[in-house]
Structures are given as C-alpha cells and as structure tokens.
Design a protein around this ligand. Structure first.
Ligand code: PNS
Length: 163
C-alpha cells in the first residue's frame, strides 16, 4: 500500500489545503492528514477542533484519514508506514523553506517529500491571512469551507479573557 502524509498546523484548514489533500488522495492508496500538536505555538483553534474540522471537510475522500502528531515528522511517518510526505508549494518563498525540511527529513530517515504546485486559484491563501481578514470582519467565505468560516466567526466574536 502506498501511503502518504500531508502534515501541517491547519489553523484552520483552507481551500488551498483541501486542494492538495484531494489531489494527493488520487495519487496514493491512503493519505494521512497529520495535524501538528505544537506546544510552543498556541493557535487560534485548539488541536482537537482543527482535527474535527479537517475530518468533516475530508469526509468525502474515502482514503483520507486525519490524525494528530507530536515530535519529529519522520518518526510519525515511520510509525504509520508512510514513505512520502506531500507539501503544497505556493511560491518560491515556500520552496526555500520546504527544501531545507525535505533535505533534513530524507537525511534523518529516508522519508521523501514530494512538492505539489498549488492550484493558482489558491496560491495567495494562508491560514494566517485568513485569520487576519476574519478578525477584522472581512469575508473569507470564498477561501475556506463553510464550516470553517462559521467557526472563525464564532471564535472571533468571543471576547478575549482580558477584554
Ligand atoms: O503548516 P505548517 O505549520 O507550515 O507545518 C509545518 C510542519 C508541521 C510540517 C513542520 O513544522 C514539522 O514537520 N514539524 C514536526 C517537527 C519536525 O519534524 N521538525 C523537523 C523538520 S525538518
């Protein structure tokens, strides 16, 4: 079985992520969307909510599974029996960052990375941009699944603990 891992923070998942996940699902027998548990970086959405949103929006793909991981990506790949990591590349700036990680990961454990060019429709999208636009009341509905837009509105409406 050819198994690939699509790793990321997914805080939150965007249409750009979904495009990569969907295309990867046509190339591999199984795709694991691996959501990083990052203790040093607090996101907008807690880890379990990111996983929940991803499960909902990837339910249409029968060979896609969503999971969480902590520690080294290559260790997680080994545990899961996955030989390949899939990464979306939006621009040269992504390549610069991703190349270093890909080279490190192949050196650490022989885990290969395949770069998938982002659909130009989504090449400007990022989770941080989405959060910023949503925070200031901008319309993010063309760029994220509907449930993500609703959850963003809900979360950003709640006042922060200190006002
Ligand atoms: O969506 P992101 O935040 O760009 O995803 C980054 C991610 C999760 C792919 C990367 O931070 C990662 O692989 N973290 C796990 C720790 C690790 O393996 N670090 C060494 C990378 S060479």
């Amino acid at each position: 079985m050819r198994r690939a891992v699509c790793p990321g923070s997914f805080d939150p998942v965007t249409n750009g992520h979904l495009d990569i996940i969907g295309r990867a699902s046509r190339l591999f027998d199984e795709v694991i969307v691996a959501v990083l548990v990052n203790e040093s970086k607090s996101g907008l959405f807690p880890h379990d909510e990111r996983v929940e949103m991803l499960r909902e929006v990837t339910a249409v793909y029968r060979n896609v599974r969503v999971d969480g991981f902590q520690g080294l990506l290559v260790d997680y790949c080994r545990e899961q029996g996955a030989e390949v990591v899939i990464k979306g590349i939006r621009a040269v700036s992504d390549f610069d960052y991703e190349l270093k990680m890909a080279q490190m990961n192949v050196g650490l454990a022989g885990v290969e990375t395949l770069f998938m060019p982002t659909n130009p429709l989504y090449s400007f999208l990022s989770s941080s941009l989405i959060k910023d636009v949503a925070k200031w009341g901008g319309d993010v509905t063309p760029h994220v699944p509907e449930i993500v837009a609703l959850r963003l509105a809900d979360r950003l409406r709640k006042p922060a603990p200190n006002g």
